[in-house]
Design a protein around this ligand. Sequence first.
Ligand SMILES: NC(=O)c1ccc[n+]([C@@H]2O[C@H](COP(=O)([O-])OP(=O)(O)OC[C@H]3O[C@@H](n4cnc5c(N)ncnc54)[C@H](OP(=O)(O)O)[C@@H]3O)[C@@H](O)[C@H]2O)c1
Length: 370
Amino acid sequence: MVFATIASFIGYSVLIYLLYVIIRSLYHYLILPRIGPYANTRWASTLKPWAVVSGGGSGIGRGFAEVLAKRGFNIIILGRSRVSLMECEEAIHSHSPNVEVISAEIDFSQPSINWIPLVRSCIENRDIALLVNNVGMNTEIPGPYTEHDYRHVNAMVNCNCSATLALTKLILPLMKQNNKGGIIFLSSCTGVWACPLQAVYSATKAFIFKYAEALSEELRISQIDVLILSPFYVQSKMSGFRRTSFLVPSAVKFAEHAILFLGRTSAPQPMFSHFLLYCGFCLASLLPSRFLLWYQKGRMEDVRMKLERRRRRDNPPSDTRDLGPTLPRDSNDESRIRLDRDEDHDTYSGVDLSAFDPRTPFDSTPFSQY
Ligand SMILES: NC(=O)c1ccc[n+]([C@@H]2O[C@H](COP(=O)([O-])OP(=O)(O)OC[C@H]3O[C@@H](n4cnc5c(N)ncnc54)[C@H](OP(=O)(O)O)[C@@H]3O)[C@@H](O)[C@H]2O)c1
């Protein structure tokens, strides 16, 4: 009798939870797209709201920059390569000619003290309503941690973690002054479920997830919204997908869906297809944790083999222990806005090696010095 009561209680609880998930999903994926973004109504009173997008020259960042421009936001794009920044600017002006665009060439793999003054000058006297903490880099090919160049590891931590911390630290106080704003964080599904052979990337994304989650609670009673995105694959240079599909949306489509959730819920999967994958991973999490780790490792080994094959096909064999294409390139391009650099510094592919002294691995400059 007692056993039957407990069993029916558990059964009803599971049913009620499933019903809740189904109703919430119907709302998210069928109703929200018809209501439109909350951000628009929220900042309609602001004359010229600005959105700052880090890593906005290409990929998901560019998707956000374009979608937000279409929604009437003026855009500050912070990115690494001048070419992609210019392409993004042109794309925005072609469909949203009334929108102002500022772009600044910044290498976020550098310690933040190098670029903070430049960001400061971009945001000064502007009504920053939205910050999209998008910038991120990964290893070119998944592989064991011991194979990764430490300089690249350090660059990843600077770019994926320190840049987000510094940008948020710069912009959040402005939002607090106005008591309105929104911050979008790009974590990843690998930040929710650890990913062997991408250990550092996965850890940096988990860092972003936890940081953003805690921050969203700190800001709950304010008028500042936090949205944490943990996508599966989105078409971009980083994911390596050249074509879109049901499971791999385009960056613009992803951004369009994502901004519908800002201010409405904090950590969703904006794409229905990703939501299905998310449910699958949640179910798999009920198994012993080694199962998912084993599965992820197998997947990454396949990716590694495919990428190595592609690399051998596309490039003649050369030194494969380079830092990968996601590192700053050794470019002679003139920056439109660039900080003066000390030319005497030891550099490698444009990266200041003095920043990679293993004795001082991370940017530890106190904010009071900025
Ligand atoms: N795509 C996915 O499947 C996926 C899945 C989960 C999470 N994410 C996350 O989503 C975010 C965007 O990813 P994505 O796929 O759009 O990547 P992406 O295609 O590589 O684009 C990243 C953008 O950031 C810029 N960038 C990279 N390193 C930089 C640096 N050191 N300094 C300044 N700018 C830099 C790139 O500039 P260049 O144009 O110069 O390269 C590019 O504009 C990342 O945080 C990533 O972790 C992506």
